[in-house]
Write a protein that binds this ligand. Structure first.
Ligand code: BGC
Length: 809
C-alpha cells in the first residue's frame, strides 16, 4: 500500500497545473471535458497530453467492466474482492476497521487503473423497503457519516478518489429518476444531509455524485441551493460534482447550478449546448472554467497515482493481495454480524447461552444440522450497479465443514431458491424440503440460514413488504419444534420482520449481505472463533405498519412527501413509545458488560453548560465547540474477551421551539476488553449535537433548557442518565406585522415596549390564565382592530419602534 503522501486533486500543485491547462483549452475542449467519453471514462485533451481516466462502481468492491458496459450490473466485470455491503459495514460501528476495508478497496482501485471508485452511499434508510438499503449505512446520520468518512479516508489514502452518493434525498428506488422528494428544510438539514456534510468536512471526497431525483421541485442535478450554496459555500466542498449516470435533465442549468461532470457520455449533444450557451452569454465562461478545472485536477490526480498507464482499455490485472483482502472481508463480515438474541438452554453445566456452539460437541455421531439453501448458495451482495465479480466465494456449508469435519455437518436445503435452481434438492416441493430438514434436525443442534432471496431487493425497485418468504418461516417453526436447539442466521440487505416467528429460535443473528467471505464469517461467529460485535445500524420494527414513513412511501405520481419529518428510525419509534423487535444500536456478544461512573463535565470547568445560541451553517468552529465532555466506565463482566459499543444519546426535555426526537445519537466508541477489564470512555457533546435547524433564520440553534444525556448499549438500553441545564440566549425572531402577542411579549425589545405602551391590554391578558392561553397566540395586528382593541395606528407605531429596537420611553 502507498506510504508516501497520496495524490490528491486538492494539492496546490495539481490545482495550479489544472488551471494552467484549462487556460490553454478551447471553448469546445472545456465543454467536452465536462461530460464523459463513454460509460466509464472522462474525456481528455490529447493536444495537451491530458489522457482520460476511468471511474467505476463501487461501493463495496470494484466493478470494472473490461468488456461490454452498463450501469446496472448486467455485464461481467474483472474479479475484485467483494467486501461486506454498507448495511454490514454500518453494523460494525467500527470506523477503524472500515478504514482498513477502505484502504484495501483503494488499493484494488489503483491496481486496476481506475481513478475513482463510485461510493460510498450515505442516504438514510427512511423506510425498510428501499430496495437499495443494503448500499446504505444507517437510519442515523451521525453513524452513517462516521462509517462513510472512514471508508473515504481509507480509499483516498491510496491516491484514488471516491464519489459520495447519492446527493441527496434519494431514499427510494421507485421512480427514482423523476420522483420529487418533498422534504422541509429542517428535516433535510437534520436528517438527510448531515452524513454527506460530515464526510465532506472530514475528508473532502474527490467527487460527490448528485442523485437522480428532484428535491422540492428541482432536480438535484440542477439545484444551485444544494450543489453550490449548501455543498460548497456552507460546507466548504472543493471537489467536483458528478451526475449519477443519466441524472442530467438540462445540462446548461446544471452546470450553472454546480454540476461539473455529466456521466456517462452524452454523444456531444449537451457539450454543444454548453458551447452555445457560453457564446450566447447565457452561461458565464468562468462557470465552465471552474468545472473544467475541477475535472482536470481529478484527472491529473488519477494519473499521478496510476502512473504512465492510460486507463483506457487496460486489462484489469489484479495486482493486489487477494488473500489478505479476503481476510479483511472476513473480519469485517464477522464484525458486522449482529447477535440479536442468545437464549439460555440447558447444558451439561446448567443453563447457558446457546451460542457459541461448542465444536467439540458436534461430531459424526452428533452432527450439526445445517439448514437452508443460503448456506450452500450464499446471498452476499445486492443487485444492480454495485454487483461485484468476487475473487472467490465462501459458503457457510464449506466453512462449517472445514471447521468441524465434513461428517459432523448434515446439510439440508430446507427451501427453494430461484438462484439455486438445478442444485440437488431444489427440484422438491416446499413440504418435502421442510420434512427433509426436520429429519436432519431432529434432536440435534440446528443452524438455519434464512433470509431475503435475491429478487426481493435490488437497485431499481423497492420491496413491498418486510417479510422473509413464508416457506422459510414454516421451515424455521418446524425445525424449531424438532431440533434440540435452533440458531437462525438471517441474510439480507435491510430490516426483516422477525417478531412473528422468532420464538421458534433459541438464538438469532443477522449477518446482512456480508460479501464474499460472509459464509466463513457465519461459521466463525456461530462456532465462537470470533465473537459477534455488530450492533444494529437500523431498527428492526415489529411490523412494517409501525413505520411512520410508510404513510408516504413510495408516494404517487412522481411525488413523495416526507410527512414524518425528522422522525425516521428510532427517532420515530421513541417519539411514539412504540415497541420494536430490536432497537437501533442493539447487539449482544459472548461476554457481558456493565457501565458505571457517568460524569458530564461542562467545558472550561465552569459549573454550567453554556451554549452560544444561533450558528450559521458555515460556521464549523461554532458547531464543533465542545459544550461538555461525557465520561463513563465500561467493564467486561464476563469470562471472555469481547467488544462493546458505548453509545451516547442526547435529547432536549420538555417542549421546545420545535418537536424534537426524545434522543439522538451524539457519539459512540467501540471498546475491546479482556475479562474483568475496565476502561473509561470519553465522548464530547458539541453545540451542533444539541442544536436544531431553525428554518426561519437559516441557522443551527441551541435552545436553553434541560437536556438528557444517556449512555448505554443501544437506543433502548440506557442505564446511565444525567440531566444537564443548558444556558443559551433566547430564540429571538424579528417582529413582523402578524407576530403573535406571545411573540411580542417574549421579545427582548418588543415585550418591554408592549408592556410600557399598552399596560391595560397586557394586564387584561395576564389577569386570567385561560384568557392568556386563548389570546396570546393571536396575531397582535388582529387584536389591535378588534372592537375595543388598542387600534391600528398605535400598533403600526409600536411595530416601527420595535423594529428600530427603540426602548420604551
Ligand atoms: C447508480 C449509481 C452508480 C451508477 C454507475 C447508477 O444507476 O445509481 O450508484 O454509481 O449507476 O453505475
Amino acid at each position: 500500500m502507498t506510504t508516501t503522501t497520496p495524490a490528491s486533486p486538492f494539492s496546490p500543485d495539481l490545482q495550479r497545473r489544472a488551471t494552467e491547462l484549462v487556460a490553454q483549452m478551447t471553448l469546445e475542449e472545456k465543454a467536452g471535458l465536462t461530460s464523459g467519453s463513454d460509460f466509464w471514462h472522462t474525456k481528455g485533451v490529447e493536444r495537451l497530453d491530458l489522457e482520460p481516466v476511468m471511474v467505476t462502481d463501487g461501493p463495496h468492491g470494484l466493478r470494472k467492466q473490461a468488456g461490454d458496459t452498463d450501469h446496472l450490473g448486467l455485464n461481467a466485470s474483472v474479479p475484485a474482492t467483494c467486501f461486506p455491503t454498507a448495511a454490514a459495514l454500518g453494523s460494525t460501528w467500527d470506523p477503524e476497521l472500515v478504514e482498513r476495508v477502505g484502504r484495501a478497496l483503494g488499493e484494488e482501485t489503483a491496481a486496476n487503473d481506475v481513478a475513482v471508485i463510485l461510493g460510498p452511499g450515505v442516504n438514510m434508510k427512511r423506510s425498510p423497503l428501499c430496495g437499495r438499503n443494503f448500499e446504505y449505512v444507517s437510519e442515523d446520520p451521525l453513524l452513517a457519516g462516521r462509517i462513510a468518512a472512514a471508508l473515504v479516508a481509507g480509499i483516498q489514502s491510496q491516491g484514488v478518489g471516491t464519489s459520495l452518493k447519492h446527493f441527496a434525498a434519494n431514499n427510494q428506488e421507485t421512480d427514482r429518476l423523476r420522483v420529487d422528494a418533498q422534504v422541509d428544510e429542517r428535516t433535510l438539514r437534520e436528517v438527510y444531509l448531515p452524513a454527506f456534510e460530515q464526510v465532506v468536512r472530514r475528508c473532502q471526497p474527490w467527487t460527490v455524485m448528485c442523485s437522480y431525483n428532484r428535491i422540492n421541485g428541482t432536480y438535484a442535478s440542477e439545484d444551485p441551493w444544494l450543489l453550490t450554496e449548501v455543498l460548497r459555500e456552507q460546507w466548504g466542498y472543493e471537489g467536483l460534482v458528478v451526475s449519477d449516470w443519466g441524472a442530467v435533465n438540462e445540462r446548461v442549468p446544471g452546470l450553472a447550478a454546480g454540476l461539473d461532470l455529466e456521466m456517462p457520455a452524452s454523444g456531444g449533444r449537451t457539450d454543444a449546448q454548453v458551447v452555445a450557451a457560453v457564446r450566447s452569454g447565457e452561461l458565464d465562461e468562468s462557470v465552465l472554467d471552474a468545472a473544467a478545472t475541477r475535472v482536470t485536477a481529478m484527472i491529473l490526480a488519477g494519473h499521478a497515482t496510476l502512473g504512465a498507464r492510460t486507463g483506457v482499455g487496460s486489462d484489469g490485472a489484479t495486482a493486489f493481495d487477494a488473500d489478505a483482502h479476503h481476510a479483511i472481508a472476513r473480519q469485517a463480515a464477522a464484525a458486522g454480524t449482529v447477535l440479536l438474541r442468545n437464549d439460555k438452554v440447558p447444558g451439561p453445566d446448567g443453563a447457558a447461552p446457546v451460542l457459541p456452539l461448542s465444536a467439540a460437541g458436534l461430531t459424526a455421531e452428533a452432527p450439526l444440522a445445517l439448514i437452508g439453501e443460503f448456506a450452500r448458495t450464499p446471498r452476499y451482495q445486492g443487485a444492480g450497479s454495485s454487483q461485484i465479480n468476487p475473487t472467490r466465494l465462501d459458503t457457510a456449508l464449506e466453512a462449517f465443514e472445514a471447521a468441524l469435519g465434513a461428517r459432523a455437518v448434515r446439510f439440508a436445503p430446507g427451501y427453494r431458491l430461484a438462484e439455486a435452481a438445478g442444485k440437488p434438492g431444489q427440484e422438491l416441493g416446499a413440504a418435502e424440503l421442510r420434512q427433509q430438514a426436520v429429519e436432519a434436525a431432529r434432536g440435534a443442534t440446528a443452524v438455519i440460514v434464512a433470509g431475503l432471496p435475491q429478487a426481493s431487493e435490488s437497485e431499481g425497485y423497492d420491496r413491498t413488504h418486510m417479510d422473509i418468504p413464508t416457506d422459510q418461516v414454516d421451515l424455521i417453526r418446524a425445525v424449531g419444534e424438532a431440533a434440540a436447539r435452533t440458531v437462525v442466521v438471517l441474510v439480507g440487505g435491510s430490516a426483516m420482520e422477525v417478531a412473528s416467528w422468532q420464538e421458534a429460535a433459541d438464538a438469532l443473528l443477522v449477518a446482512w449481505l456480508g460479501g464474499q467471505a460472509g459464509g466463513s464469517a457465519i461459521a466463525d461467529v456461530v462456532l465462537g472463533a470470533v465473537a459477534p460485535t455488530g450492533h444494529l445500524a437500523e431498527t428492526l420494527p415489529v411490523a412494517l405498519s409501525d413505520v411512520p414513513a410508510q404513510l408516504n412511501f413510495p408516494g404517487a405520481d412522481s411525488q413523495v412527501r416526507y410527512g414524518e419529518g425528522v422522525f425516521i428510525g428510532y427517532r420515530a419509534f421513541d417519539a411514539m413509545s412504540r415497541e420494536v423487535a430490536y432497537p437501533f444500536g442493539h447487539g449482544l456478544t459472548y461476554t457481558s458488560f456493565a457501565l458505571s461512573d457517568l460524569v458530564v463535565a461542562p467545558a472550561a470547568g465552569s459549573g454550567a453548560v453554556v451554549a452560544g445560541g444561533a450558528m450559521s451553517p458555515a460556521d464549523t468552529a461554532a458547531q464543533d465547540t465542545v459544550l461538555a465532555t461525557v465520561r463513563a466506565t465500561v467493564t467486561n463482566t464476563g469470562a471472555r474477551e469481547g467488544a462493546q459499543v458505548v453509545q451516547l444519546y442526547v435529547g432536549r426535555e420538555g417542549t421546545g421551539h420545535v418537536q424534537r426526537a426524545a434522543r439522538e445519537l451524539a457519539g459512540f466508541a467501540k471498546v475491546s476488553l479482556a475479562p474483568g477489564e475496565s476502561r473509561e470512555v470519553e465522548l464530547p457533546v458539541t453545540q451542533r449535537d444539541l442544536a436544531f435547524w431553525d428554518a426561519p433564520t437559516g441557522a443551527w440553534v441551541v435552545e436553553a433548557g434541560r437536556y438528557t444525556v444517556n449512555v448505554g448499549f443501544s437506543s433502548r438500553d440506557l442505564p446511565l442518565a444525567e440531566s444537564i441545564e443548558v444556558q443559551a440566549p433566547p430564540l429571538v425572531r424579528p417582529l413582523k406585522m402578524d407576530s403573535s402577542v406571545k411573540e411580542w411579549l417574549d421579545h427582548p425589545v418588543g415585550g418591554p415596549l408592549m408592556r410600557a405602551e399598552l399596560p391595560e391590554f397586557v394586564a387584561g391578558l395576564e389577569a386570567d390564565p385561560s384568557t392568556y392561553e386563548l389570546m396570546t397566540p393571536m396575531p397582535a395586528n388582529r387584536l389591535a382592530v378588534f372592537p375595543g382593541g388598542f387600534g391600528w395606528e398605535r400598533y403600526l407605531a409600536l411595530l416601527a419602534r420595535a423594529q428600530r429596537a427603540e426602548p420604551p420611553a
